[in-house]
Ligand binder design. Structure first.
Ligand SMILES: N[C@@H]1[C@@H](O)[C@H](O)[C@@H](COP(=O)(O)O)O[C@@H]1O
Length: 623
């Protein structure tokens, strides 16, 4: 859902009208008939007024419906929605056809008749508002059903909704507002390809707040709009309680949003937001939309590895295509401890690929050097080859940084090594983030690293010494550092659910997911050679380990998307939290501004995620 905020109703009406006008004209170029549903309420006045006066809308192609009607109100009553829409729009423009709901027909017959008309063909555009009680059409909280099997039904209006009709000036008294009505159901409204929602005014504050920030469920039926992939919410300053407009409190605002588990800010000026907040129990069939995924540790994917000798610009593009298919719109290619000549060569290739291909350039947000300044202790060195481990050296970093065209943004190192603290400080000066990882550091090494500028624990819980003292040890010692973020591999093999739960309880919004995927992610099970020459085994279930390392893990063969699914499946977090940990949190950690990159996905009852569409830099990616 995109939220746009305007200083007053007039500007809001004009902007929403323009957007719908533009969409109608686009559709008119493709089809002979455009089917639209309109809402009848004073909140729509400015919007309908814009449409009525548009000199370019091809009304002769438009078939109009409305979304609700009172039962039993006299034909001539001005509050009848059919009469309202006639005087606001239908009587002024040469529509192809207008289908009015007859509130004086028996409700059963009328629901059937109108359902029949609606289901003749797909509805293209729904223009609606949100009630003070959060309703859409007359789906008030007590009767709204996100999984309704019906398209049109009779409902009893709740008292809050009836009072709003008096507040809106449509009826003189509460008692004169009918108690029953006919309404299009939630699925009938959400089935449209395009939704324009116009909600002005102070009395809508709570409803707008809930729509943007509340849990997606029937307590506020409008929250379901966040799940629609092409919904545009227009509101005015008066209806917006959550933050003040015009004050550039970007950081605080972003933190507020992150802590409320929902949406990211894309453009401060327009207040465009991409929201995701889905209840864990939802069995909603509509696609959802969330920010593009961000993976700060990708060694490779789909047969291509950034550490292999054979890396080319073309294979980088292939890897990016595979990542986009998994919803990853931004990532750090990760170079592990390796022959320095290969590292340098591959950094140059990545740099060149970014220069020649704008898509690669926009997906590669930076490069992660994981090593070579790591511990050579068993366990701590993990799957990294000992022969290429080096002493911390700014000179080497400088050489690599030059080869990469300044793209190295993160270095994982062992702070206990001689010269590591100086290197951390130097990196900080040069704008490179540093992380603690593949280390056997003590509490004082870790504290020194943090005070010198280290801000992350890389894949906490993995690549640590084989045997740990129960306390102190390197896990507790990092967990207590409040300034450290933590990256976690949630592939189902690297960490147990209880460890993940405990880390999240401590680190809260400072924990994010990485895949640590290698070229074997997406490959058939079997025995292979790793890019750094080790024999490795990829099992049927996706476990990747060293053949001669007593089963020790050797990176991952699962994607970031699998990590999100794992957190939800194991009931470690809900989907909103997990998605946030794989998108907004890592982006925030590296200090990059949110983008408009968006992923549209299905989330099934079986908790499976399926990517449907990826929008990168405003363009639909060909998946
Ligand atoms: N990329 C690292 C490997 O280099 C490391 O060997 C492994 C260790 O996991 P554990 O410490 O659980 O054996 O974690 C990740 O996969």
């Amino acid at each position: 859902m995109q939220v746009k905020v305007y200083p007053n109703r007039a500007k809001m009406g004009e902007a929403s009208g323009k957007l719908v006008e533009k969409h109608i004209i686009e559709l008119a170029g493709q089809k002979d008939e455009i089917r639209m549903v309109f809402a009848a309420a004073p909140s729509q006045n400015e919007f309908l007024n814009y449409l009525r006066n548009s000199p370019i809308i091809p009304w002769e192609k438009i078939v109009a419906f409305h979304m609700d009607e009172y039962l039993g109100l006299d034909h001539s009553h001005t509050a009848l929605f059919s009469n309202f829409l006639k005087s606001a729009l239908f009587d002024h423009v040469p529509m192809k056809r207008v289908h009015l709901i007859d509130g004086n027909n028996t409700s059963e017959k009328e629901c059937k008749r109108y359902s029949g008309l609606l289901s003749e063909k797909k509805i293209d555009i729904v223009c609606l508002g949100i009630g003070e009680n959060g309703h859409i059409a007359f789906n008030d909280p007590p009767v709204a059903d996100f999984n309704d099997n019906l398209l049109v039904k009779e409902v009893e209006l709740d008292e809050y909704c009836r009072q709003q009709q008096v507040n809106d000036g449509c009826f003189e008294s509460f008692d004169s507002v009918p108690t029953h009505a006919i309404t299009l159901t939630v699925p009938a409204l959400l089935n449209a390809d395009f939704i324009c929602c116009v909600v002005p005014g102070t009395r809508k504050k709570e409803a707008v707040y809930q729509t943007i920030h509340g849990t997606v469920d029937e307590h506020c039926p409008a929250t379901i709009l966040r799940g629609h992939w092409n919904c545009h919410l227009f509101t005015d300053k008066n209806a917006l309680p959550a933050f003040e407009i015009g004050k550039p409190q970007e950081t605080q605002f972003l933190m507020d949003i992150i802590s409320r588990k929902l949406c990211i800010l894309n453009e401060m000026q327009e207040m465009r937001m991409t929201a995701i907040s889905i209840p864990d129990h939802a069995s909603i069939q509509f696609p959802f939309c969330g920010p593009g995924l961000i993976d700060l540790q990708v060694n490779g994917i789909a047969g291509i590895d950034f550490n292999e000798m054979e890396l080319t610009e073309h294979s980088i593009r292939q890897a990016i295509n595979a990542l986009l298919k998994k919803g990853v719109t931004g990532f750090f290619p990760t170079m592990i401890t390796n022959d320095p000549q290969t590292v340098e060569k591959n950094l140059k290739i990545i740099h060149r690929a970014c220069q020649i291909d704008p898509l690669i350039n926009s997906c590669i947000l930076g490069i992660h050097l994981e090593g070579p300044f790591i511990s050579s202790f068993e366990g701590a060195k993990g799957a990294h080859p000992e022969k290429y481990i080096q002493k911390p050296s700014w000179k080497l970093v400088e050489k690599f940084q030059k080869a990469s065209g300044g793209r190295i943004k993160l270095i994982t190192l062992a702070p206990e090594l001689e010269g590591a603290i100086e290197l951390i400080k130097r990196c900080k000066e040069e704008g490179i983030l540093t992380a603690i990882g593949h280390s056997s550091a003590t509490y004082s090494d870790i504290t020194n690293a943090v005070t010198s500028g280290a801000t992350l624990s890389t894949h906490l819980g993995n690549a640590v010494p084989m045997m740990l003292h129960r306390h102190p040890n390197i896990l507790w010692d990092q967990l207590v550092q409040e300034d450290l973020y933590t990256s976690l591999i949630a592939d189902g093999f690297h960490l147990d659910p209880s460890f993940l739960k405990a880390v999240l309880k401590i680190k809260k919004e400072k924990a994010f997911l990485i895949s640590d995927s290698t070229k074997f992610c997406g490959m058939e099970p079997g025995a292979y050679q790793s890019p750094i020459g080790e024999e490795i085994i990829l099992e049927e279930n996706g476990r990747l380990s060293m053949k001669y390392g007593n089963g020790l893990l050797a990176g991952a063969a699962k994607s970031l998307l699998d990590g999100i699914e794992y957190l939800v499946k194991e009931k470690i977090t809900d989907i909103s939290e997990a998605w946030k940990m794989a998108s907004t949190v890592p982006l925030y950690f590296v200090g990059l501004k949110p983008t408009n990159d968006t992923v549209i996905f299905n989330f099934s009852i079986e908790k499976r995620l399926q990517i449907q569409k990826v929008i990168k830099q405003g363009t639909l990616v060909n998946l």
